[in-house]
Design a binder for this molecule. Sequence first.
Ligand SMILES: C[S@@+](CC[C@H](N)C(=O)[O-])C[C@H]1O[C@@H](n2cnc3c(N)ncnc32)[C@H](O)[C@@H]1O
Length: 273
Amino acid sequence: MDDEAIFELELELLLEALYRRYQYDFRHYSRAFLQRRLVQALATLECATLSQLQERLLREPRLLPRVLEAITVPTTELFRDPGYFRVLRQEVVPLLRTYPSLKVWVAGCSTGEEVWSLAILLKEEGLHDKAIIYATDIIQSRLQKAKRGIYRSGAMRAASRSYRDAGGKGSLSDYYSAAYDAVRLDPSLVSNVVFSDHNLATDAVFAEVHLVSCRNVLIYFDRKLQDRAIGLFRDSLVRLGFLGLGSKETINFSRHKEDFDVVSQEERVYRRR
Ligand SMILES: C[S@@+](CC[C@H](N)C(=O)[O-])C[C@H]1O[C@@H](n2cnc3c(N)ncnc32)[C@H](O)[C@@H]1O
């Protein structure tokens, strides 16, 4: 057995340990991705091998949050991919308007920028007051940050540009106050947001919603887990409800493909049949 094969075996055993000890299931994440993340994690967690990491993880529960954070990618930004939000405004909002009340699920919300962006969009479109947003992720520290809505002021210049490109109707600065090197978004924007833990790999559907926005999460999953997640979205959407994915994600290879129509191929927006 060469070093590479040993690493793969250790990886398999580590994922099994993580699942059996803590019920976090990463067994169907993309292997190439996990390998890259875990090589980096070994350095940060000061372990020489994955076997060493496994041993510590089994005996030291306090290591778990650090391992989960190391494995998963937090990258996000306000109005990321403005074209996506433009399609929501132009193609989806007019249909969402027809419902007396509205439920939106942002799955894999990370530190919340996507949630706040959607809250701003719903506010500008006059839908905020009748909406409830469920914002979910598996990492507690990210959910807490998402709830606070405090971000680096340095990120605001690019965010303002994206907000405008996304069809924003005012100025992004209308929605935050600045202090030192941070900005605080207006807390009333998330008065209707429920932040909670939900795992797309192991948990079930928890609500019936009109829009699911799950962006840049499925790219880390293998085909089987992507299918599971897309099945969950299908089951939680009302008939004719909408699904938005990330720019590198698609339902084209999913066994649930036939359950959706395409609203925008470019911006990966679909509608449940
Ligand atoms: C790259 S971020 C995407 C953030 C945001 N949706 C965006 O597109 O800007 C991916 C997020 O998915 C979360 N995630 C990873 N696996 C998950 C799972 N099984 N269930 C729910 N969320 C998961 C990660 O914790 C991370 O916060």
